[in-house]
Design a protein around this ligand. Sequence first.
Ligand SMILES: C[S@@+](CC[C@H](N)C(=O)[O-])C[C@H]1O[C@@H](n2cnc3c(N)ncnc32)[C@H](O)[C@@H]1O
Length: 281
Amino acid sequence: MLKEILNQSTTEEFKRLYHGRGEKTYEFLTIDSINDILFVQFYENINETEILSEIKKYAPDKYKNIIIKRRYNNETFSLKGEIPQNATAVENGIKFKINFFNQNIGYFGDMKNSRAYIEKIAENKKVLNLFAYTCGFSLFARRGGAEFIANVDMSKSALSTGMTNHQINSLDIKNIAFWPYNILKAFAKLKRKAPYDIIIIDPPTHQKGSFIASKDYIKIIKKLPLLSHENTTVLACINSPKFTKEELIKITESNTAFKFQKQIPNPEEYTNSTLKSLIFS
Ligand SMILES: C[S@@+](CC[C@H](N)C(=O)[O-])C[C@H]1O[C@@H](n2cnc3c(N)ncnc32)[C@H](O)[C@@H]1O
């Protein structure tokens, strides 16, 4: 099975070769093709020695580096080549700077279709990108012609990578703001540039001390009327088996005038993903 997984056709674009979560086999494993780097993550310490020897045996020569990350203790090591310092993941031609030593490397491939959607509707729009991380949505919004973008995230280092991401793609950062705020405490500041034409909400499910979706998501939804106008589009996302699509629709429709329009499908490689990306307007 690993032989088949590792030998799928790839391009320089990021491709999730295996998404184990929710699968019967290797549910603790993900494998990504990042240009000429094979990136393997173990979420649990199961059959590691055996799997690593199979990977070494079957990984095609096109992979110059094979990098392993143990998510359960955040160890990163190389099975082949050095750990690259200047690697990028490419999504629809846009590059994201990668740091293999961080717990999250700087790029989430499951948002690909949602970012493509934002690019399509961004022309001349004012965009609020909440929980911006490395500013992936901002890159696509700017390529799509957005006039103003505010990227908000409490992690200064994620925003700094976000700024670099614009530069390595030759995207002008004029009229792009990088606001290092705790979103739950900064509504007054977010309001200063309101109303926005597009509002993106892509929070973590459970980040201790920062954001607990089950109690905090509704606080953001309740502020939407202050940040929007009657033609604003909202992209609201959540990646959790417990927080359902129905619940997100219910808290949005019962606290605002926004109505659910459609769900953006996840990329097909992310089988069994619990990510929901919902469009409201
Ligand atoms: C799932 S990531 C967002 C992914 C991003 N939208 C993308 O497209 O790659 C979650 C982000 O939320 C940020 N975060 C968590 N709680 C926050 C809070 N209360 N205020 C601001 N940022 C927060 C984290 O720093 C992290 O960068």
